[in-house]
Design a protein around this ligand. Structure first.
Ligand SMILES: O=P(O)(O)OC[C@H]1O[C@](O)(COP(=O)(O)O)[C@@H](O)[C@@H]1O
Ligand SMILES: [Mg+2]
Ligand SMILES: [Mg+2]
Length: 337
């Protein structure tokens, strides 16, 4: 790391003042989210020693068993952001309803959405997990904020990012002008800029999917993966490698760092569900980051960022990463129609 590292705060101030990319209130909001992520990172790193592992004994709105860390991370994000004066309301994967900023605090013009703890099944096994977030602008003149104000297409996000809690704590952020990566210097307690203008390689030899579901996928996804598996003797003419961490945040981080394609497609076991991942808390922020890094993100035939959400906890099929692969997947879906 250089002698004079650029902190997240300085980076954001430059985005605000020098480049005019963001208003001051958005800068302060991002700083607050980053502070919450540092607190979650500390909680995660304590692990079993602090007795915070294991089930919380409750279920979230999706009917999934909540882990203690899911609940802790959710509370940290709510508490850290409710009083800052930059937000009107928050929505979380762990909450059935939106969380309007309490009346005793000043209200701002933004909406914050998050998956407080992504990769919950990896908590106990000490594998990378993370927090994913998205920021929307509240329409002018709205006095009573409701769930309907969160139902904006992903292309309207004003910022998106995630924080990984792994060997390093890394914050990856876009404000709509490229992607920047910050690494937590745990001695200083601050995020420092470690990469700017991130680009996902257009070609790749690596795909990421839960292969155990292969028999349930739709034909275009089966065709794509089958051709990858045929390697250099098949139609793709090259050998592929496969990786699946099982935390979207870690799988997408790898793709942003070295290329690849990530898929969590529709499957026939639950035909009425578009996919497993959540559009507002997972698919949209990751799609914005990937597109900002020169990659692509599709639900099959539709660009993820163009999907008009119908409800807060809507699911989506997700295929994102290196352009060549995502374009091919899109072609296979179009041909199958
Ligand atoms: O266990 P599976 O079916 O492979 O699913 C893994 C996927 O589920 C998720 O864990 C869902 O996220 P949560 O932990 O926030 O519920 C993704 O991070 C990951 O890509
Ligand atoms: Mg998740
Ligand atoms: Mg989660």
């Amino acid at each position: 790391m250089s002698d004079n590292p650029i902190s997240l705060s300085r980076y954001l101030i430059e985005q605000e003042r020098r480049h005019g990319h963001i208003p001051g209130s958005l800068r302060l909001l991002i700083e607050q989210v980053a502070r919450a992520c540092k607190r979650i990172s500390r909680a995660v790193s304590k692990g079993a020693s602090s007795g915070i592992l294991g089930s919380a004994g409750s279920e979230n709105v999706q009917g999934e068993v909540q882990k203690q860390l899911d609940v802790i991370a959710n509370d940290v994000l709510l508490e850290a952001n409710e009083w800052g004066g930059h937000l009107a309301a928050m929505a979380s994967e762990e909450l059935e309803q939106i969380y309007p900023v309490p009346h005793r605090y000043p209200r701002g013009e933004y909406l914050l959405l998050f998956d407080p703890l992504d990769g919950s099944s990896n908590i106990e096994v000490n594998v990378t997990i993370g927090t994913i977030f998205s920021v929307l602008h509240l329409a002018d003149g709205v006095r009573d904020v409701g769930a309907e104000h969160f139902l904006q297409a992903g292309r309207d996000q004003v910022a998106a990012g995630y924080c990984t809690y792994g060997p390093q704590t890394t914050l990856v952020l876009t404000l709509g002008h490229g992607v920047a990566v910050f690494t937590l210097d745990s001695e200083q307690g601050s995020f420092v800029l470690t990469q700017e203008g991130l680009r996902i390689p257009e070609s790749t030899r690596e795909f990421s999917i839960n292969m155990s579901n292969m028999r349930h996928w739709a034909p275009p996804v089966q065709r794509y993966v089958d051709e990858c598996l045929q390697g250099r003797n098949g139609p793709r003419g090259k050998d592929f490698n496969m990786r699946w961490v099982g935390s979207m945040v870690a799988d997408v981080h790898r793709i942003l760092m070295r290329g690849g394609v990530f898929l969590y497609p529709w499957d026939r076991r639950e035909p009425d569900r578009a996919g497993k991942l959540r559009l507002l808390y997972e698919a949209n922020p990751m799609a914005m980051l990937v597109e900002q890094a020169g990659g692509m993100a599709t639900a099959g035939t539709e660009r993820i960022l163009d999907i008009q959400p119908q409800n807060l906890h809507q699911r989506a099929a997700v295929m994102l990463g290196s352009r060549e692969e995502v374009a091919l997947l899109q072609r296979y879906h179009a041909e199958a129609q």
